[in-house]
Ligand binder design. Structure first.
Ligand SMILES: *[C@@H]1O[C@H](CO)[C@@H](O)[C@H](O)[C@H]1NC(C)=O
Ligand SMILES: *[C@@H]1O[C@H](CO)[C@@H](O)[C@H](O)[C@H]1NC(C)=O
Ligand SMILES: *[C@@H]1O[C@H](CO)[C@@H](O)[C@H](O)[C@H]1NC(C)=O
Ligand SMILES: *[C@@H]1O[C@H](CO)[C@@H](O)[C@H](O)[C@H]1NC(C)=O
Length: 412
């Protein structure tokens, strides 16, 4: 900004008048292609003139920052066209690299997909469908050019796997599907392992003292091997469970060696994505309670409700030892309120940045929850995974499409 621009901008701001002509909300920036990357001045903290942001009535609709109407600002309309929105240009190059791109790689049936997980040994990315009675997994060969997709079944199959983690040659899954009308014992929500070398699954946890879990949504593995998982109502709302929820939504810690399951938190509305920071000292959990629905209804009456005033939040917790070799989580604090939809799946980059799938956007935050960059996605994305030989691809899965982002940010 020139001195004159700064002076008039400051004057305008101090006097509370509209910013002068020339002080636009959005600008091209850096050496990036202006049609794909746009930079936002000062987090758009002052929008000129009147503005309005429509609020959708249901989960399938979305409102976005970019779709806000700001008639007095001629730059604003360019935001909707950009793939990448930069809020903090001082770190954008570290995230985006010199030529970031988003490409839709595969189309899928119009059902939700979750739990993407990359197996470095094989270069395979596994993805799970979330639909009634659907147990066919997707296997993507990420490093083939172009990448390929095939469908297969694990043995025994997994039903509605919504969370995943990779450790020592095994994929650990949390699954949400429950079907008490069949005699197949695999169709129960819980924690499972999948061995990519044999395609075999094993059950680690399928109940809480005889109760079904509501729906074990996502998992994160602590350095001592304990499995932390979230339990929420979405399998009921997704109609991938035949039984109503019976327990309060919660975060649990499960020790596979002893079988102990202990509750760690019941304060969140619908705890969902869960990940540790690279040093293991912080646990991040997303709360998607804005997407909810009545549970005391019959199966045929199930429906989602959307409330923009509900939880659309990432919480950070301090991980502390409370007895030898056993952790607890304290000081839960909200660090991010999503500016679109709700933060669902979560990943932590190698440098500690948070990456969350929030509907039609993927948000990149620093480790304290400050929004740095946002990716606008042409379909609803609920889960993401780092992949590729250098772990610098991000794969996006959700409704109807699977996409790949190539950029500079690396996974762990
Ligand atoms: C956004 O993209 C559309 C379709 O490509 C184009 O018609 C429109 O002019 C673009 N708007 C701006 C502000 O760049
Ligand atoms: C596991 O399934 C994949 C995908 O169909 C297949 O390519 C692979 O050969 C299977 N592995 C075994 C051990 O059956
Ligand atoms: C800590 O607990 C894990 C099981 O969660 C166990 O495998 C490990 O041996 C324990 N370590 C110590 C030092 O007790
Ligand atoms: C339960 O299983 C039956 C028989 O396979 C199937 O028709 C039904 O769709 C399943 N329901 C759910 C919620 O998985």
């Amino acid at each position: 900004m020139s001195f004159f621009t700064i002076a008039t901008f400051l004057t305008a701001t101090l006097l509370g008048t509209k910013p002068v002509e020339g002080a636009t909300v959005a600008d091209s920036c850096g050496s990036w292609d202006a049609s794909s990357v746009v930079c936002i001045n000062k987090y758009a903290s002052v929008l000129p003139g009147q503005f309005s942001r429509a609020i959708p009535a249901n989960l399938a609709g979305t409102d976005s920052f970019a779709a806000t109407e700001v008639p007095s600002d001629t730059s604003f309309a360019s935001i909707a066209n950009a793939t990448f929105i930069v809020y903090d240009s001082s770190v954008a190059e570290d995230i985006l690299g010199s030529s970031p791109n988003l490409e839709v790689m595969f189309t899928t049936p119009m059902i939700n997909h979750e739990a993407p997980i990359y197996v470095p040994d094989s270069g395979h990315l596994y993805v799970s469908p979330i639909a009634q009675a659907d147990t066919e997994l997707l296997l993507i060969d990420v490093n083939a050019s172009p990448p390929t997709l095939e469908y297969f079944s694990a043995e025994p199959p997994l039903y509605a796997a919504t969370g995943s983690a990779y450790s020592d040659g095994l994929i650990y899954y949390s699954t949400t599907g429950i079907n008490d009308t069949t005699t197949d014992d695999f169709v129960t929500t819980g924690i499972y392992t999948f061995n990519p070398k044999t395609n075999e699954t094993e059950t680690l946890l399928n109940n809480y003292y005889g109760y079904y879990l509501n729906g074990a949504d996502d998992i994160a593995i602590e350095s001592n091997g304990d499995i932390w998982f979230t339990d929420d109502y979405y399998s009921w709302l997704d109609q991938t469970a035949t039984v109503q929820p019976t327990l309060t939504p919660a975060i649990y810690r499960f020790r596979p060696s002893t079988g102990v399951v202990q509750v760690a938190n019941t304060a969140l509305s619908q705890p969902n994505g869960i990940r540790f920071s690279p040093d293991g000292k912080t646990l991040y959990v997303t709360d998607t309670g804005a997407a909810n629905g009545p549970v005391d209804v019959s199966f045929d009456e199930i429906q989602y409700t959307w409330d923009s005033k509900g939880a659309r939040t990432i919480y950070a917790f301090d991980v502390v030892q409370y007895s030898s070799n056993t952790s607890s989580i304290i000081n839960g604090r909200p660090i991010y309120l999503a500016n679109e939809w709700a933060p669902d799946g979560l990943q932590v980059a190698k440098n500690g940045y948070l990456v969350t799938a929030a509907g039609w956007s993927v948000d990149i935050l620093d480790q304290y929850g400050i929004l740095l960059v946002q990716i606008q996605v042409p379909f609803r994305v609920g889960s993401i995974a780092f992949a590729g030989e250098d772990m610098n691809e991000l794969w996006l899965v959700g409704m109807g499409n699977i996409a790949r982002v190539q950029w500079a940010l690396q996974g762990q």
